[in-house]
Design a protein around this ligand. Structure first.
Ligand code: ADP
Ligand code: MG
Length: 440
């Protein structure tokens, strides 16, 4: 009984360590606006605010397009048909998990793998190799673009470290790999971030959509900006409106705790992607695992006996926490027999605390971008959101909405959070179409 009470005490302390209060959310918004301003001006900022060289679509774009979607976990090749009336359909898709050794290997290996997957896609769907194709490339990492179809990788995130890619034009690298595989008849017509794809997919169907968000392996967001406000690139002014990729995963004006600092210190990109490490699917399980190890060390879980299942970094995933929260038994799958009801309940509680913080930080960050565009929420805003964390984690969307209600009361109803499944892939195909008529 004594231990149980101590476990409860630990968990209530944990809850305060991970809390995002109303004041915290207001502070996040204030710092966000400041960092957005600096980022747009080209001054030192944790928000890179990268111009994307596309605006929002009209909804009338039409035709069939090829798209590649290189996310954090999976790689997809898609053929997408646009009907010119706001409806986009995936005609064919092929999804491949990216082998770890390629994520962390050499440049050519990774791009050859991508080209091989496109070749397999052509074969599987019996597509003619005798005609020309325009392909849009969704590449979900920070890229400094110089046009709609060129851009250099600034730095890898989300566990990727493949050598020889940072600082190079990823469209050129892809085009060279396509030629090596005799796929030179495919022209890479557009390069887009997954957030930009998601916003474009959302606004193709719904004109009030003015924000794209990813909550999956990583997290990021974009919004349409008046080109004149992108002060670091005055030459873009003629473009009118341009979508800006905030790269908010790197936002670092946040209250961190001991678990965040340990996770960051042990990561491959210490000091960077601080918001991502508190919010996105790749890290939630690892935060929870570190809490579990601490509680076990204090004798508050598993009668103080260390469990091999939780010994390795990243052994616990967001998917585990999500399933546990949904009522599934994850412990047998982790090789743990006879987990007591109290221990199971405590771990579920850790998952709730860690995922609620994630949702509240994501909600505050959305509030920041929306109020940047519309300080007093005078208009309606639809936020297109893609990613398994948002889609599947029980209670996640409710926790985000609750934060927005805390901040804005009834006016929170003017911010619609909408799941745009596969937005990043569909959107890049639309960007391929937009590219054809782009002014920039
Ligand atoms: P990507 O980010 O690679 O484009 P997803 O949007 O599908 O792909 O996100 C995958 C991430 O989502 C995984 O890394 C994992 O952290 C998390 N995830 C996967 N399944 C679930 C689930 N059922 N509930 C919550 N999170 C999940
Ligand atoms: Mg994705």
């Amino acid at each position: 009984m004594k231990d149980l009470r101590n476990a409860d005490r630990f968990l209530s302390h944990l809850e305060s360590l991970f809390s995002v209060t109303f004041e915290d959310a207001r502070a996040i918004i204030g710092h966000f606006h400041q960092e957005m301003r600096y980022g747009l001006a080209g001054e030192e900022s944790s928000l890179k605010m990268l111009p994307s060289f596309v605006g929002r679509p009209q909804g009338t774009e039409k035709g069939q397009f090829l798209a590649l979607d290189l996310g954090g976990t999976n790689f997809r090749v898609l053929a997408v048909a646009l009907d010119g009336k706001g409806h986009a359909a995936i005609v064919a898709v092929c999804k491949v998990a990216i082998p770890q050794e390629l994520m962390q290997g050499a440049c050519d290996g990774l791009f050859d793998f991508i080209a091989d997957s496109i070749q397999a896609f052509f074969r599987e769907h019996r597509l003619s190799q005798q005609q020309a194709y325009a392909l849009a490339f969704t590449f979900s990492f920070p890229v400094e673009q110089s046009s709609i179809a060129s851009g250099k990788l600034i730095e890898w995130t989300k566990g990727f470290t493949a050598s020889g890619v940072e600082g190079r034009d990823v469209v050129a690298l892809l085009s060279e790999a396509l030629k090596r595989r005799e796929l030179g008849f495919i022209r890479v017509a557009a390069l887009a971030n997954d957030t930009v794809g998601t916003l474009v997919a959302g606004s193709y169907a719904e004109p009030s959509c003015d924000m794209g968000v990813i909550l999956g392996t990583g997290t990021n967001a974009c919004y349409p900006e008046k080109a004149a406000r992108i002060r670091k690139r005055p030459e873009l002014e003629a473009c009118g409106e341009m979508i800006v990729n905030t790269e908010w995963g790197n936002f670092d004006k946040l209250k961190t705790n001991v678990y965040d600092r340990l996770l960051d210190g042990a990561s491959r990109n210490a000091g960077r992607q601080r918001l991502e490490k508190m919010v996105s699917g790749m890290y939630l399980g690892e935060i929870a695992r570190r809490v579990i190890v601490e509680m076990t060390g204090q004798g508050l879980l598993f009668e103080g006996k260390g469990q091999a299942a939780f010994a390795g970094e990243y052994a616990l995933t967001a998917e585990h926490l999500s399933m546990l929260s949904g009522g599934s038994d994850i412990f047998a799958g982790l090789g743990l027999a006879d987990v007591s009801a109290a221990d199971g309940q405590a771990i579920r509680e850790i998952g709730r605390i860690v995922s609620t913080r994630s949702a509240r930080i994501a909600g505050a960050a959305i509030a920041a971008v929306v109020t940047w565009m519309d300080a007093h929420l005078e208009a309606g805003h639809t936020v297109a959101i893609d990613g398994s964390l948002f889609e599947k984690y029980p209670g996640y969307q409710d926790a985000m909405r609750l934060l927005l209600q805390d901040l804005f009361g009834n006016r929170a109803a003017r911010i619609k959070l909408e799941l745009v499944r596969d937005g990043s892939g569909i959107g890049s195909a639309i960007i391929g179409a937009v590219a054809a008529s782009s002014r920039c």
